[in-house]
Ligand binder design. Sequence first.
Ligand code: CAA
Length: 388
Amino acid sequence: MIVGIDKIGFATAKYKLDMTDLATARATDPNKYSIGLMLDTLSIAPITEDIVTLGAAAAEKILTSEDKANIDMVILATESGIDQSKAAAVFVHALLGIQPFARSIEIKEACYSATAALNYAKLHVTVHPQSKVLVIASDIAKYGLHTSGEPTQGAGAIAMLVTSQPRILAFNDDNIAQTRDVMDFWRPNYSTTPFVQGMFSTKQYLDSLKTTWQEYQKRQGLSLDDFSAFCFHVPYPKLANKGLNKLLDKSVSDKAKERLVQNFEDSIIYSRKIGNIYTGSLYLCFLSLLENTQSLKAGNRIGFFSYGSGAVSEIFSGNLVAGFNGMLKYDHLTEIDDRILLSVDDYEKLFFEELQLDADGNANFADYQTHTFALDSIIEHQRRYRKN
Ligand code: CAA
C-alpha cells in the first residue's frame, strides 16, 4: 500500500527580527549572520503564540471538515512543550474540532521527533487504510539573549496529513535511524532555555549524517545520483549546506551535483527567513523546496535527513506523486514577508516576556498579533485558547 504525505501546511509568528539589526546590537559583522550562518530574518513569537496556536494554525490551513471527521490520530512533535503532563495535541484537537474518537499525543526527541511521528502515522495508516493521521511539528526555538544560539532562534509549525493514496509524497520503506548518547544540546526541566555545546553539536550533526548515509547506502544500494533533491534538518542553513557538501563526494556525477545544489538553494529559502523551528525545520525545508522549485517532477525521489540532539538521526526517502503541485495552495512567501518588523529592544521584551501569574494562577496578556489562534488567558493554571 502507498502511504505518505497528502497535505502540508505551515504557520509562523507574526513578528520578525532583522539579522542586520541584531548584528549591529551585538557589535557583530552582519556578514557573519548573512554569510556565516546564511540567515536574513528570524520569526519572533509573543507570549500569546505557543506550540498549540502555531500547530493549530498550520493544520487549520490544510484541513477540510471531511478531513476532521476522518482523522483518528493527532501527534504533536515538540521540544518546547507547555505542560509536562497534558499533550499539546489535545488542545489542538479541540481547537480544530476533530471528531472525538481520536488518539492525541505529544512526542519528544529534540528536533527528530516529527520523523518518529511520521513513522508511527505510516504504520497506523498501513494497518487502517481509511485513517488519516495529523502530524504536527511545532516549536519556539529560544536560546536566550547574548548566547551563541541567539542568531539561530525562530518559531513555527508544520502540519502534515498522512494518508493512503497520498497526493504529495509517497514514503519509501527505506528508513535508517541511528542513536548515540551525546550531550550536544539539552534542556533540563528546570531551565527555560537549552544548554548547548555549539561546535560539538555541529560535529555530531555532520558525523551522524555521514555515518547514517553510509549505512543507508550499504543497506539500500542507492547513491546520490538516485535522488532529485535532499532535504536536511536546518538549525541554520549554513550547517545544512555543509551537510550537503559532505554528501557530494567524488562518486556523485556532475549532473546530479548541479541538480542537488539548485534544489538545495530552493529548500532553504524559508529557513533563511524563519530561523530554526526545531522539529519542523526538516519539513519546512521540504515545503520550501516544493513551493519554490521549478524542476521537480512526479516520481522524483527526495531524500530526508532528520537530526535531533541527544542524539537520534534518520535518513529516509519518498517519491513525489503526480499532481503534487496542485496540493500547494498557499502563498507562504508573502505571509512570511508580511511579518511585522521589531526593533531589537522590542524583540528582547516580546520574545522573553515571562509569565506573571497572580496568587490564584490567573494571567492576562497584552493584545499581541498572532496567527489564527491565540493563548487568551490562564485561569487557575489552565491555558485558555481562542480563535482570532
Ligand atoms: N563574515 C562571513 N562569515 C563569518 C564572519 C564574517 N564576518 N564571521 C564568522 N563567519 C562564519 C564563520 O567562519 C563560520 O563559518 P564556517 O562554519 O563555515 O567556518 C560561521 O560564520 C559561524 O561562525 P562561528 O564558527 O564563529 O560560530 P558561532 O559563534 O556563530 O556559533 C554555533 C555557531 C555554535 C553553531 C551557534 O550558532 C550555536 O550555538 N547554535 C545553536 C546550536 C546549533 O544550532 N547546533 C547545530 C547542530 S545541533 C542541531 O541540529 C539541533 C538543533 O536544531 C539545535
